[in-house]
Every structure is written in C-alpha cells, then in structure tokens.
Write a protein that binds this ligand. Structure first.
Ligand SMILES: C[S@@+](CC[C@H](N)C(=O)[O-])C[C@H]1O[C@@H](n2cnc3c(N)ncnc32)[C@H](O)[C@@H]1O
Length: 269
C-alpha cells in the first residue's frame, strides 16, 4: 500500500519541501517501486507514443515513461502544485530527461480529445472530492484503444495489531475519513465503466509492515493518532497510549500492520 500524508495538497499551507521528502521516502520502498512498475507495464507503452501522468508529484514515473516512448514520443506529467512541477522539472533537467511537466488541474485537463495513447494517475483520486471528473477527463484525452491506469489505496483496508481494538478502529477510521475519498480503491471498476472504459484488470497489492518506521512513513500513524486527539475523536491520553503500545510492539519485534492498494487498467473502445 502506498502512502499519503493527510495534509492539504502541496502548494497549500504545507511546506513543499516536506511533501517532496515524504514522496521520496515512500518511493524508496521496494514494494512501492514494484507496484509503480506494474502500472507502467499495464500502460503497455511503446516507442513513439504520447503518454500522460496526472497528479505527477516529483515526476519519477514520467522520466521512466520518457525513456520508454523514446525521442519520437512524448511523456508529460501534470500537477496542480507549482512547487511539485518545479521540482519535477529540476530532476528531469538534472537527468537530461525529455519528460515534460505542466501545471494544471486534474478536473480539466488542458489537452485535446484523443491526444494520448495512455494515461495514468497514481495516488491522486483519493485527494479529489469528485474522482469521477478526473476519470472522465482521462477517458476523454486517450485515443480509441488507449489505456487508462489507476493506482490508489483503499484506506479502510489499513489494519494495525494493537491492544485496544475500539481505539484502533477510531484512529484508523478517522484517518480514512479525512481523505476526500479514502474509499476510492474499491470504486475503480464503477468509476472506469461509468467513464465508458472497458476494465481489463483490477489487482490488489497488499503491503505488510513489520516495523513501525515503515508503517509510519506510509500511513503516518503517529500523526493520525495526534490528529484524532486534536479533532476530539479520542483523548490525548488515548493517542499517547496507542502510540506507546505500537512502540513497545516494535521494540519486542511484534509490530504488524498492512494495507491494500488497488491497481486498475482499462481501455477505450
Ligand atoms: C500523494 S501525491 C502522489 C504523487 C505521484 N502521483 C506519486 O505517485 O508519487 C498526490 C499528487 O496529486 C497532486 N494533486 C492533488 N490534487 C490535484 C489536482 N486537483 N490536480 C492535479 N494534481 C493534483 C498533488 O499536488 C500531488 O503531487
């Protein structure tokens, strides 16, 4: 399962440097690299094609796509955050990559109908109030036969082995509900079919975390407990006790958490 901080999107109040470090920490995890490779395989990219990555963040996959399409193709990343686009451009220039990055909103993609051979969105729909807008836009900008690939967690699948079952549910449910769409993973087939696309695979990718540090990078457990306390869902003492129990489990070698990210791929008829 890939992670996301439940904070305003970059470009808002959050320090963009924090968000870049957060995305880098997640992308460094082998399991995350594995699911991202799978999304690129499902796009079925060939040299000479035009491909789009929406909500691109720091741009790693756009640079990978630029290599796959070669000098006769185009790989474009779009993100609402100017800070993210600037960082993605800086990294592409440092690598000599032909990847292109533009600033724009996912709900109105600034591209002609049928322009792309493939389009992907990775951990973006969970941040949108109306994910169907982006999926419809992705369907619009791909050409007939083109592919749309999505990857998102379903945050209600995130489980943690902790002593207090009710408290654990309170913290994790509050965390899931703070996303505009923490359930988007389970909605993929419906969203894609409603946009007129033909779904050809939906794949779960479950990540198991046996160290608190990894779970905290992915699912920001400490922040989530503190936030649940700040929101009055639980008391500050309960938040402290919950984290203390997780830290003890980690020291004892018993820490266990897991969550599922879904990948879906569809084609335009
Ligand atoms: C969790 S990050 C994921 C980044 C990248 N896709 C990855 O997998 O590393 C979410 C990204 O979506 C972008 N984003 C959020 N809302 C957006 C919108 N309405 N339009 C375009 N991008 C958006 C954010 O700026 C951020 O870079």
């Amino acid at each position: 399962m890939a992670a996301d901080a439940q904070r305003p999107p970059p470009g808002g109040a959050v320090d963009p440097g924090y968000y870049v470090r957060h995305l880098d920490a997640i992308s460094a995890l082998e399991r995350v690299r594995g699911y991202k490779r799978r999304t690129l395989e499902l796009l079925g990219v060939a040299p000479g094609q035009c491909v789009l990555d929406v909500g691109r963040g720091i741009g790693d996959e756009v640079r990978a796509l630029a290599q796959l399409v070669g000098s006769s193709g185009h790989a474009i990343g779009i993100d609402v955050s100017e800070a993210m686009v600037a960082e993605a451009r800086r990294r592409a220039a440092a690598e000599g990559s032909a990847a292109r990055f533009e600033t724009g909103d996912a709900s109105l993609l600034p591209f002609l109908d049928g322009y792309f051979d493939g389009c992907r969105a990775d951990r973006v729909l969970q941040h949108l109030e109306d994910p169907s807008r982006l999926v419809a836009e992705m369907a619009r900008v791909v050409k007939p036969g083109g592919r749309v690939v999505l990857a998102e967690p379903d945050w209600d699948t995130y489980i943690v082995d902790a002593p207090d079952r009710g408290l654990t549910r309170c913290i994790l449910n509050a965390r899931s509900d703070r996303f505009p769409n923490g359930w988007v993973g389970r909605q993929f087939p419906r969203l894609l079919r409603s946009a007129g696309l033909v779904v050809f695979t939906v794949q779960p990718q479950t990540a198991v975390h046996t160290h608190l540090a990894e779970a905290d990078a992915v699912a920001i457990l400490r922040f989530s407990a503190a936030r649940a306390a700040a929101d009055g869902v639980i008391s500050a003492a309960e938040a402290e006790a919950w984290i203390a129990a997780l830290e003890q489990a980690d020291r004892d070698g018993h820490f266990f958490a897991a969550g599922t990210l879904f990948i879906a791929a569809a084609r335009k008829a």
